[in-house]
Ligand binder design. Structure first.
Ligand SMILES: *[C@@H]1O[C@H](CO)[C@@H](O)[C@H](O)[C@H]1NC(C)=O
Ligand SMILES: *[C@@H]1O[C@H](CO)[C@@H](O)[C@H](O)[C@H]1NC(C)=O
Ligand SMILES: *[C@@H]1O[C@H](CO)[C@@H](O)[C@H](O)[C@H]1NC(C)=O
Ligand SMILES: *[C@@H]1O[C@H](CO)[C@@H](O)[C@H](O)[C@H]1NC(C)=O
Ligand SMILES: *[C@@H]1O[C@H](CO)[C@@H](O)[C@H](O)[C@H]1NC(C)=O
Ligand SMILES: *[C@@H]1O[C@H](CO)[C@@H](O)[C@H](O)[C@H]1NC(C)=O
Ligand SMILES: CC(=O)N[C@H]1CO[C@H](CO)[C@@H](O)[C@@H]1O
Length: 534
């Protein structure tokens, strides 16, 4: 029986594209959102609410706009490359207006439980209980898309920090942090050096008396602003690099990146040098941190072994007076509404491509955007949704359970070898590789060679340029007529927002010869890559 009615749980970025993909395939989506508005993680609120994601006022996207867009809805050209959260909300509001998604969302509706119906093995249907207005209501759905995100349940490992209960000052998780105002002149310690830890420590170190950043293993720091001022992801996440990386060993890639990052500042001198290699663990985005470390506003410290009433004692025996402790210790996955077999199974251990739990008799439940792509979330979860709705409708089939389990185990052992065993790393996948894999399932992966024969200009941009989401709208189901133009104009949209002081004086003349040489080299490389792959 094909799926018709679909419950979408959550109206964040993943939920919104899930609704849109359902509509595209003629399904009937109902989206249940616990709060009173869309946006999920991206909606800033003055106070964090339990069970909801939360962000600080200054939060800025860590992926650039051309890499972050929905695949058939580019950002306006005057939007900055790295957006403040309020800009992201503006974009999401334009998106739901343009595709008329609002009428499919029920706000202030909390999903309490999602249970298999007794005839699940034949129908694949689910009983869904939703609470709204203090009343519970039951629904029957043919398909479920879980889009509730993975930043809702803060991880606060207090038991690892003896003495924290005795500590007289303030302590809390970054989930509760909003802005630096009330921390003027304080002595603060931030524990953890992930993206939030780095952001919060840098922001506070401008106003606090002193900020300490405690890290057990250190980290690699990379930048939003890459060579020549280009957004990092538009430079590194290309088909060319994805292709080249297949011929290099992991350690060659690590050497290259680590040298590059160390040439900006020496990670050993700055006290950040980790034991692990670059690819083994999530790196931290921070354009500011080296400036704040070198100016002494931010001091990098080792593990805290103990807190006293007003100090922190570090692993090497030093002790510092502290007024505030901020735990930037990440999040745990939490799906309180799911059945035990879905909830207890670590879903990354048992989901095919992080989407379909492989042990269900019917593939009528999918996780969308519940993983950690090394790249933007919007296009990855959108592509997952495009695949899911086609599976729901029976237009595409999943492989056998045996194959899926083997694939999951194979990938897991590969991940375990490559990454540190940390919850964050169990679901990390390189962006281009993952997008291509899912795109191949539904036949929307561009074939660069055939494209080259038909439309060389486009093919070169697809191969050498940033692997933007529009590439997955060039062919197959869900083709978008604007995709070609969007790809050919993407570089203009990258520089447009910075053209606020247009220079009239002439640029130094660049030689025609070097341009010609560059073009010939690119072509040669392109042909070489193609030949190597035959
Ligand atoms: C490399 O690029 C060629 C041409 O686009 C493509 O056919 C091939 O699949 C790519 N290989 C990898 C490993 O990405
Ligand atoms: C970084 O500094 C350390 C000493 O602090 C030195 O041994 C090392 O060679 C430097 N690394 C690079 C890449 O310059
Ligand atoms: C850091 O300190 C905590 C608390 O004492 C301890 O549980 C943890 O194992 C330490 N980590 C390392 C890497 O030493
Ligand atoms: C601990 O680290 C501090 C720098 O934060 C350094 O001055 C001190 O010598 C170190 N102490 C030990 C015992 O290594
Ligand atoms: C997930 O896989 C890891 C590594 O094999 C294992 O240690 C862990 O117990 C698994 N978790 C579940 C819930 O199956
Ligand atoms: C951006 O930050 C989020 C939150 O820390 C993280 O999950 C994601 O992996 C980061 N993106 C990239 C490309 O590293
Ligand atoms: C995401 C990922 O790493 N997928 C890999 C899982 O394993 C299959 C082979 O069984 C690979 O083709 C995928 O690339």
């Amino acid at each position: 029986m094909p799926v018709k009615r679909v419950a979408v749980i959550g109206a964040g970025v993943s939920g919104l594209s899930a609704i849109k993909c359902c509509l595209e395939e003629g399904l009937e989506p109902t989206c249940f959102e616990e709060s009173n508005d869309i946006g999920g993680l991206w909606r800033y609120e003055e106070k964090s609410k339990e069970g909801r994601p939360a962000i600080y006022r200054s939060l800025t996207c860590n992926t650039s706009k051309e890499m972050t867009a929905f695949s058939d809805y580019p950002f306006p050209d005057d939007y900055p490359n790295y957006m403040h959260n309020s800009k992201m909300m503006e974009y999401l509001r334009m998106y739901i207006k343009h595709f008329e998604l609002l009428k499919h969302i029920q706000f202030l509706s909390k999903v309490c439980s999602v249970r298999k119906r007794s005839d699940f093995s034949s129908t694949g249907q689910w009983d869904v209980v939703v609470e709204a207005d203090g009343k519970q209501k039951s629904y029957i759905f043919d398909g479920i898309m879980v889009c509730s995100g993975h930043f809702t349940c803060p991880n606060l490992p207090l038991k690892d920090f003896p003495g924290i209960k005795k500590f007289k000052g303030l302590y809390f998780h970054t989930w509760e942090y909003k802005n630096p105002e009330k921390f003027l002149g304080k002595r603060i310690i931030v524990i953890g050096i992930g993206n939030s830890g780095a952001d919060v420590a840098c922001e506070l170190s401008r106003v606090a008396k002193q900020v300490f950043l405690s890290t057990r293993r250190g980290t690699w720091i990379w930048n939003r602003v890459w060579d020549n001022g280009n957004p990092m992801d538009t430079v590194l996440f290309t088909r060319l690099y994805n292709n080249i990386s297949k011929w290099l060993t992991t350690s060659m890639i690590n050497n290259w990146v680590e040298n590059k990052l160390n040439s900006k500042f020496n990670h050993t001198t700055f006290g950040l040098q980790p034991q692990h290699r670059f690819l083994s663990h999530q790196a931290t985005f921070s354009d500011d941190m080296p400036n704040l470390i070198i100016s002494g506003r931010l001091l990098v410290k080792p593990n805290v072994t103990e807190f006293t009433e007003n100090t922190a004692i570090f692993e090497n025996g030093t002790e510092e007076e502290i007024d505030v402790v901020i735990f930037a210790t990440g999040y745990t996955l939490d799906f309180p509404f799911l059945e035990d077999d879905l909830k207890n199974n670590d879903i990354h251990n048992s989901s095919y491509k992080f989407v379909f739990p492989s042990f269900l008799e019917k593939p009528t439940l999918a996780f969308i955007g519940i993983f950690q792509p090394i790249g933007a979330t919007i296009p990855t979860s959108e592509l997952q949704s495009r695949w899911v709705v086609r599976i729901f409708k029976g237009l595409n089939k999943l492989p056998s359970q045996k194959y899926m389990t083997a694939d999951i185990n194979w990938n897991r052992s590969k991940l375990e070898k490559q990454f540190l065993s940390s919850p964050r790393d169990s679901s990390r996948v390189p962006y281009v590789q993952y997008m291509d894999e899912v795109a191949s399932e539904i036949g929307v992966k561009p074939n660069v060679f055939f494209l080259f024969l038909r439309d060389p200009k486009l093919a070169l941009e697809v191969f050498f340029g940033p692997c933007t989401p529009y590439q997955y709208r060039l062919k197959g189901p869900g083709t978008w007529a604007g995709a070609r133009a969007a790809i050919l104009t993407q570089r203009e949209r990258i520089i447009k927002p910075m053209k606020t002081r247009v220079l009239n004086h002439n640029q130094p003349p660049s030689s025609k010869l070097s341009w010609l040489l560059g073009t010939c080299l690119s072509l040669a490389l392109f042909i070489f890559v193609f030949v190597m792959n035959r």
